[in-house]
Write a protein that binds this ligand. Structure first.
Ligand SMILES: *Cc1c(COP(=O)(O)O)cnc(C)c1O
Ligand code: SF4
Length: 313
């Protein structure tokens, strides 16, 4: 779904939202996959799933401290598309394409022309081969699973041949957005090599995990793939304890452990999603009291220049 007018009509929402949605769409297009759209509650402008994808006029309001490149990524590349910020790990920006446009996305202004896919992956692979301290490669994006399995299988084979690597990690929202993307071919190239596969999905609310999504996740788990989840703490989406408890419980049922709960990156156009740090800490404390430790995600923030994600609590 790419048309604000159609989105509002389909969900039975107030046409009064249209002008602002269209204006916000010019800065960052609307994109909602139909399997996700089907999970959004009809007629509820505050639905937590809708809020993540509905363009609002608030996005156009400049807010001090909220910038186009909050993580200074555009200057952090060590080869085209290769981000090497943390020890032992390198992140490969494989594509700018995503199945969905999350309105809070920290890469919503990212200059994807510098992607690895804009050119072949050769330069990035060369860098990975030359750095024996690396243990893990993270395929990120955009969403790496928006690429075809043939390309990804070729990339995975090339990484498999780098002797110092031991893990292949995929950061993807596709299993949640379009569970049909979890094909046998995908499982085959992910598990076909020497590298231990880790898939980090991105779900923010328990209602994102319907039967089809859980089925896809259980298929990945059955193939021996380590499954983790990262969420972003978002005002009006998952900023109540019950939301976070339900999410952790639902993830576990699907064989996924909560990994990170990220504080919002201060990206221009997303300030209306911000949850104050104090509130975030209080939520996390309550969550820790309510759940076993392994179902409590780490509350973190990404700080440009730091050697790891910084704990808030
Ligand atoms: C978040 C991130 C990683 C991975 O960090 P983990 O703490 O291992 O999940 C690696 N590289 C970059 C550039 C990142 O932003
Ligand atoms: S799936 Fe991830 S990269 Fe894609 S728009 Fe959403 S937050 Fe951004």
């Amino acid at each position: 779904m790419r048309e604000p007018r159609e989105l509002l009509a389909r969900l039975g929402l107030d046409p009064g939202l249209l002008a602002a949605a269209q204006a916000a769409t010019r800065a960052f297009p609307l994109r909602v996959p139909l399997p996700y759209l089907a999970r959004i509650r009809h007629g509820d402008p505050n639905d937590p799933l809708l809020r993540q994808v509905l363009p609002l006029g608030e996005e156009l309001r400049p807010v001090p401290g909220y910038t186009a490149d909050p993580l200074h990524e555009s200057t952090a590349h060590s080869a085209p598309g290769l981000l090497r910020k943390y020890q032992g790990r390198a992140l490969l920006v494989t594509t700018g394409a995503c199945a969905v446009h999350c309105r809070y996305c920290f890469r919503r202004h990212y200059p994807y022309a510098g992607d690895a896919t804009a050119r072949p992956w050769d330069a990035a692979l060369e860098r990975l081969r030359a750095d024996p301290s690396l243990r893990e490669v993270i395929l990120s994006g955009g969403d790496p699973l928006s690429l075809r399995d043939e390309s990804l299988a070729r990339l995975a084979a090339a990484l498999d041949a780098v002797p110092h690597l031991t893990r292949l990690r995929i950061h993807t929202r596709l299993p949640v957005m379009i569970p049909q993307r979890v094909t046998d071919e995908l499982c085959d190239w992910l598990t076909g090599g020497r590298l231990h596969p880790v898939v980090v999905i991105h779900a923010n609310h328990a209602r994102e995990l319907d039967g089809a999504v859980c089925g896809a996740l259980l298929r990945l788990g059955a193939r021996g793939i380590t499954l983790l989840n990262q969420s972003v703490l978002l005002r009006g989406v998952n900023d109540r304890v019950a939301d976070l408890v339900d999410l952790s419980e639902a993830l576990f049922e699907a064989g996924v452990l909560p990994y990170y709960l990220h504080a919002l990156d201060p990206v221009q156009g997303a300030a209306h999603f911000a949850v104050p740090d104090d509130t975030a800490r209080r939520l996390h404390e309550t969550l820790s009291a309510r759940l076993p430790g392994y179902l409590v995600p780490r509350l973190v923030r990404e700080v440009p220049g730091a050697s790891a994600k910084q704990p808030l609590a």
